[in-house]
Each structure stands twice: as C-alpha cells, then as structure tokens.
Design a binder for this molecule. Structure first.
Ligand code: PMP
Ligand code: GLN
Length: 385
C-alpha cells in the first residue's frame, strides 16, 4: 500500500541488518552506532532536566540554551557565526534536518544533485519532496576517494535547486579536500543552487585530514544549509538531536517543513546536549584518538583475512572489498554473514543507483566499537578463511 514514490525505500538497510544481527546474536558492525556512552555530565544534565520539570514541549526551533550553544560550537570550530534566533534550527536528528531542508526548500519540479554513494535517506527524502534526483559520483583517487567533477558538471542544470553533500563521507570514509569543495561551490554559484551539507562526522577525522565546511568557502554561507548531529559527536544516536544552521530564509524554509514533521525534539535531551556543547569540547576532541585506534584494529583484522580495505580518513566506517575471498554478490554476502559467522556489515548497494556497477561489490564495516568487541568480531570472522 506504500505510495509509489516511497516503494523503492520501503525498508532501510540499517534496520534490516540490525534485525539480522539481533536474531543471530551477531557483532553488529553494520548500523553505525558507538557502544560506549557520551560524556557523563551530558547524561546527568538531561536527567536533571527531567527531574527539574523540563518535560513539556520546547519551542519548535529548539530550546534557546541549545540554539545558543550550537551557535557557539559552530563558531569555535568553523569561524562561522549564526544567529541563534533566526539561523539555527534543532531537529530530530540530522535525518530530520535533511528532510526539513529538502522538503522545505525544493519544489516538486526541481532537481537535487546527490553524490554516489550517498547516505540512504537522501534518495528517500528527495522522493518525499517529489523532486528529481540527479547523480554525480565519487571516484577512487590514490588510497581514498574524491569528487568526480565531470560527473557533477553533468548532473547540474538550470533546474538544479540543491546539491546534497556529505563530508566526512559515509560510507567511504573519504574527507573531501578543499579543492573538491571549491569546484562544487563554483557550480552552486554558477547555477544558483543551494548546498545542503551533511557534516555529522565533522569531528571524526584522522591522520591530519581536516574537515572543511563548504559554508566557509567564498559566497557559500548564504546558500548553504549546514547539518550536524549530537548522535555522532557525543555518542548518543538514540537521543535523536540534530540541527541545521544557515541564513534566515533557508532556515525558515526548513522550519516550515520540520514543524509538521515532529514539531520539536525532546526537551530534556536538548538541554543535555546544550550542556555538552558548552562544557565537553575536550571530550568531543578526544574521541577521534580512540576511534583512530579502533579503525586500525579493524583494518588489521580485515586485511589479515585477505579483504581489501580502503584507507578511512574520517567517519567510523571502513570500505572493504571482499572479492579476494571469492565473494561475487556483496549484498547477499552481508545478508548471510550474521548467521554464517556472527558478524554484521552493510553492503554499498543501497547507497548507489546510477553508478551501482562501480560500487556494489563493496561492503561497509563500522569500527565504532570497544576494542574487545572488535577483537571478538575478528575471532568470528576467522571462519571465513
Ligand atoms: N547523515 C549521515 C551521513 C549519517 O551517517 C547519519 C547517521 N548518523 C545521519 C545523517 C543521520 O543522523 P541522525 O542519527 O542524527 O538522524
Ligand atoms: N547513520 C547510521 C549509519 O550510517 C544509521 C542510522 C540509521 O539507522 N538510520 O550506519
């Protein structure tokens, strides 16, 4: 009974794989969520907020304490200043920020450029808006991936209203260099298009690779909706607190849609995140060191089995090519893996469409797990030998 435009998006790969992982008691390296808590003071601040009676609807745009903390956090990390009252919108995770921006800012007859592979919600969200998706792609460059600027140029047209981009990039672990973002920014300016910039892994970069927000490039602040989330910054994926920042007219469009999606996100959780953004910057900065070790641990496990692994520069995902193990259908392999060996991973196939042939042999493993959990995954994966 699902409407036609959502039929191709009827279930998410993350739900599917996590369900299989639960059923077979597998180590879940599929859906990306950490297995340790965020800062204790954040959790205490949320609990205190509940005890102190902050249990009713917040303002639709988010509690003022959080909007102002977001504004401060973005300024500290990017140098961009956003007015907490008119240029910040708190959402139910980055997922709702993406949906709010697309539904609230893209007309049904317009086009949205996405870059394959893309985070799965992008395609579904463009479909919800009734807009048309145009795909560009990443290409392998050295030990990572970069934007294929030619494909971007082909994807842009006078009907382009927005480009949805993501860096640090899920699923590949690439961190787009400034030069690539400059090319993309030039196309946005040339075609008068918006950049809807998903930066949820902004703090998770490694080996000296630094995240650059496209909003910081010349002429881009006024045409960029910048999206982030407490989920990946503060290890609280279950809280579903995200946000977007941008110029007032773009934030107003996203707010118009968002207020009828959820109206608002949970008050005490917003207060907890506000506390963390104000007082736990050290914690946020420190996470990447541990994460880098976990990346190296999982890389060692996979390469030890003969699986090819692409260098991850950011996010907590590894791109793996299991073909050396004789795998010919990565999607099927991922669906069988939980039962066969007790480990879950997700295939790239749901993240691609027009360029599926170039990507569908790949598999994404999440390494945001405690070292002993990764070690257990390693023991189980030995069965693949
Ligand atoms: N964008 C990307 C690239 C993601 O990986 C995720 C998952 N964290 C989201 C958006 C959704 O974030 P949230 O859980 O805050 O809705
Ligand atoms: N962002 C998480 C990932 O990429 C999953 C979020 C979800 O399950 N919707 O794994």
């Amino acid at each position: 009974m699902t409407v036609r435009r959502l039929e191709p998006h009827a279930s998410t790969i993350f739900a599917e794989v996590s369900q299989l992982a639960t059923r077979h008691d597998a180590v879940n390296l599929g859906q990306g969520f950490p297995d340790t808590d965020g800062p204790a003071s954040m959790i205490e601040a949320a609990a205190r907020a509940m005890r102190e009676g902050h249990n009713q609807y917040p303002p639709g745009a988010g509690v003022p304490e959080l909007r102002s903390a977001i504004s401060g956090h973005v300024a500290d990390h990017t140098g961009l200043t956003y007015d907490p009252d008119t240029e910040v919108l708190v959402t139910v995770g980055a997922t709702e920020a993406i949906a709010g921006a697309v539904v609230g800012l893209v007309e049904p007859d317009a086009e949205v450029v996405v870059i394959e592979p893309f985070y799965d919600s992008y395609a579904a969200t463009v479909a919800m808006a009734g807009a048309t998706r145009r795909s560009a792609r990443l290409v392998r460059a050295g030990d990572s991936y970069r934007l294929d600027v030619d494909s971007l140029r082909e994807a842009f047209s006078p009907r382009t209203r927005a480009v949805l981009l993501n860096t640090p990039h899920n699923p590949t672990g690439a961190v787009l260099p400034r030069e690539d973002l400059a090319e993309l920014a030039a196309l946005c300016r040339e075609f008068d298009a918006l950049a809807i910039s998903d930066e949820v892994y902004e703090h998770l970069t490694f080996d000296g690779h630094e995240h650059v927000s496209i909003a910081t490039l010349p002429g881009m602040r006024e045409r960029t909706v910048r999206i982030s989330s407490a989920a990946k910054m503060l290890n609280c994926t279950g809280w579903k607190i995200g946000w977007l920042t941008g110029p007032p007219d773009l934030v107003a469009g996203a707010r118009a849609a968002k207020q009828y999606m959820s109206f608002a996100a949970g008050t005490p959780l917003q207060l907890g995140v506000a506390h963390a953004l104000r007082h736990e910057d050290q914690w946020i900065r420190a996470v990447r060191a541990g994460m880098r070790e976990q990346r190296d641990q999982l890389t060692g496990i996979l390469t030890g089995l003969g699986i090819d692994v692409v260098a991850t520069r950011g996010t907590y995902f590894l791109t793996a090519d299991p073909r050396p193990l004789g795998v010919t259908d990565a999607a099927r392999w991922c669906l069988e893996l939980p039962e066969r060996v007790g480990v879950a991973a997700v295939p790239f196939s749901p993240f691609v469409d027009d360029f599926a042939g170039e990507w569908s042999h790949l598999v994404r493993f999440a390494f945001c797990k405690r070292p002993e959990v990764l070690a257990e995954a390693g023991r189980r994966l030995e069965a693949l030998r």
